[in-house]
Write a protein that binds this ligand. Structure first.
Ligand SMILES: Cc1cc2nc3c(=O)[nH]c(=O)nc-3n(C[C@H](O)[C@H](O)[C@H](O)COP(=O)(O)O)c2cc1C
Length: 356
């Protein structure tokens, strides 16, 4: 049996394999509520053999949406409709997670297929909020958050996690990567605050630590709490791997079960060194230095490649993004490439038995 298709328990959640679907915004919600598109999109992954399907970045409050089409989890009604995803997943032996997020200074943008640029007031822009009034290149200048805003943000993350649990999600993932709000607090490039949330390393990680502790209090031990981080900004003088390692020790002490290791997204000047599984080395190093479970993500395209990454013992699972969009039944192909007899969904059994 390959490692990729062996089960794993993270926190209190046992997942049937280590092929996990990475969170991917669809920018297709209406007032934060998922639509038919989402049912088809997530349904394909659920019927396609992945062990865990992570629902896209879901805003904890309206200002935290990247675009007006982002999924939201700031109302009970949004959560009630989202509950269809775990309900369907559980019927098929699949676990469901949801990424809870705030886009910070990169909010209020057009959908990618409409250019992805920061919206103008005449186009329906809203005021963005961030640790400091420092814009992302080409984006509107955000408003510096007050201490009261920060307190409210924690309340919003807690409420979002509670709604996710009410919707029967198995995993809650806090989005602290890709240059969005919680990452903006971590990085000295975007965080210029002079109060207890800026300056020193301890101050810059304070908000993410507080949010993680608060969310952990509502996520029971029968579920799992993940945090997605950008291991580096890929910018000299920015957030880097050494700081990530120190941060992960703190998050572990606060009860985070797994770190989902990505990178970049904070600064337009980033110098990313791209290549196959280019972020997996960060996931390995973080696990080696801290002992905390990690998953790798980014340019992992085949089953044998994923299996080789897991063989090191330093990575527990892989998240697959774009390859899943190309083939939502990527897991079936990965199994075949590893010579595994992983059965397809019941409805597809004849296809599995009679496949050519
Ligand atoms: C359409 C699209 C939407 C994405 N949305 C999110 C998101 O909501 N949250 C997130 O953390 N990453 C998001 N990402 C990044 C992916 O989760 C993933 O980390 C990245 O694509 C690298 O993995 P891959 O090479 O397997 O695609 C998105 C990527 C794509 C292509």
């Amino acid at each position: 049996m390959s490692k990729l298709f062996s089960p794993i328990t993270v926190g209190g959640v046992t997942i049937k394999n280590r092929v996990w679907v990475s969170p991917m915004c669809q920018y297709s919600a209406v007032e934060g509520v998922i639509q038919d598109w989402h049912a088809v999109h997530y349904g394909a992954f659920i019927t396609g053999g992945a062990g865990l399907v992570m629902v896209e970045a879901s805003a904890v409050r309206p200002q935290g949406r990247i675009s007006a089409g982002d999924v939201g989890i700031w109302t009970d009604q949004q959560a009630q409709v989202l509950a269809e995803i775990p309900r369907f997943a559980h019927r098929h032996g699949v676990k469901a997670g949801i990424q809870i997020a705030h886009a910070g200074r990169k909010a209020s943008a057009h959908q990618p297929w409409n250019g992805g640029a920061s919206m103008k007031p005449s186009e329906g822009a809203w005021e963005t909020e961030a640790p400091s009034a420092v814009p992302y290149e080409g984006f509107a200048i955000p408003r510096e958050m007050t201490i009261q805003d920060i307190e409210q943000l924690k309340v919003d993350f807690i409420a979002a996690a509670e709604r996710a649990l009410g919707a029967e999600f198995d995993v809650v993932e806090i989005h602290a990567a890709h240059g969005y709000l919680l990452h903006e607090f971590l990085s000295p490039i975007s965080n210029k605050r002079t109060d207890e949330y800026g300056g020193s390393f301890e101050n810059r990680i304070r908000l993410l630590c507080e949010v993680s502790s608060a969310v952990r209090l509502v996520v029971p031990s029968s579920k799992a709490l993940f945090v997605r981080i950008s291991a580096t900004d890929w910018v000299e003088g920015g957030w880097d791997l050494e700081q990530s390692i120190s941060l992960v020790r703190e998050l572990h002490a606060r009860g985070v079960d797994l770190i989902d290791v990505s990178s970049g997204g904070l600064d337009a000047g980033q110098q990313i060194v791209l290549g196959p599984a280019y972020q997996a080395e960060f996931a390995k190093r973080i696990h080696q230095e801290t002992g905390v479970a990690t998953n790798a993500v980014g340019l992992i395209t085949t089953g044998p490649q994923a299996e080789a990454l897991l063989a090191s013992g330093d990575i527990e699972a892989v998240m697959i993004g774009r390859p899943m969009l190309g083939n939502p039944r990527w897991a079936y192909q990965a199994a075949a490439d590893l010579g595994e007899e992983v059965p397809w969904a019941d409805q597809y059994q004849r296809g599995f038995l009679e496949r050519r």
